[in-house]
Design a protein around this ligand. Sequence first.
Ligand SMILES: *Cc1c(COP(=O)(O)O)cnc(C)c1O
Length: 424
Amino acid sequence: MTELFTDAYAQSRDAADPLRAFRDEFFIPQHGGKPQAYFVGNSLGLQPKGARAHVEEVLDKWATEAVEGHFTGSAQWMPYHELVRDPLARVVGAQPSEVVAMNSLTANLHLMLVSFYQPTIERTAILVEAGSFPSDRYAVESQLKYRGLPPQHTLIEVEPDQPDGTFSMQAIERAINENAKRLALILWPGVQYRTGQAFDLKEIARLGHAAGAIVGFDLAHAVGNLPLQLHDSGADFAVWCHYKYMNSGPGAVAGCFVHERHARTQRPRFAGWWGNNQDVRFKMGPQFDPTPGADGWQLSNPPILGLAPLRASLDQYDRATMPALRAKSESLTGYLEQLIDADLRDVLQVVTPRDVAQRGCQLSIRVIGGRERGRELFEFLASRGVLGDWREPDVIRISPVPLYNTHADVLRFANTVREWRDAS
Ligand SMILES: *Cc1c(COP(=O)(O)O)cnc(C)c1O
């Protein structure tokens, strides 16, 4: 046990890490003259040093070419979103035509619900997890109200059946089957933001489709965190943001997936000119002729400055690759778990599933002793440059990110908790 807690041990794990060079590609906020142990990549990922060049390229092009920048030189703005399409498809395991970077997560969720939530007399219900992220809940509830359907009869919230608010697959299956006849749509997270639980998306899509429902996923906490096979999962649609694990900056342009089977759908949609077939877009005619695939849901010409940092991030994902990132992630989070089990069980309790297949980077950790103790520890950690985030009433979320966190960071968390415990 004592060896696990030594700098030498953590450093030897870091020395053997094939992805260790990526850390130098990020700006890491400083605390008292040394880098923070930054564990909030699940909230806002750190800035890749390469982001600035892409943003400056846009500013320079604007300065020198102005409107011509849409059609001339490199990284033209007209097809700018296509620059991110292929690498983004690789990150989420989709075909290029199935993904698009546009808008924000919640806006994309609304667009997807407009097209894919089509209630009939028999099927009106939307099934979500109880305790879902507020924005998702507001979006779903407002869509139900918009269609004149009272949420108290049409919103099904599946209660967690496991300790600490996690779900067994049986509970999800039961909820789907019990409501099979009235289900219109299932919206489920890839990784639940509060507990860090990861789900078998392919199985949920299979169960949902067997019940006759549309299945969509919110991948805010899954994209860039877990290897995804979105196309093979069979999901009808998915939405996510790029400012968490995708390191593309505050309010970054978000992502959206529409399965190939809906590429030429006749479903209703809220349309804009950027979704119109490129061949005729600038004929400016009255007829909306949607581009096949996810591109057809675009509304506006995209915020180029907002998209620019995503290029730097995707370049890193291409070089690091998701399988290698996942292997390192399992090593970092496994080490965190090991340290807690070895010496911190009297103060910390892991809420996230112990099964590696049911989690990503993040461990949600309950502080034993209640809210006051929890806040005290959280603030002590912050005062020592160890940054996690706080979830009421007593949970600290710690997300070691394989692109820039180290085993030494993880050890620093554990040793800082020990310091606090032993002093209090
Ligand atoms: C982060 C997050 C959001 C944020 O939505 P925005 O539209 O990007 O502000 C929504 N849903 C979930 C599940 C999230 O984790």
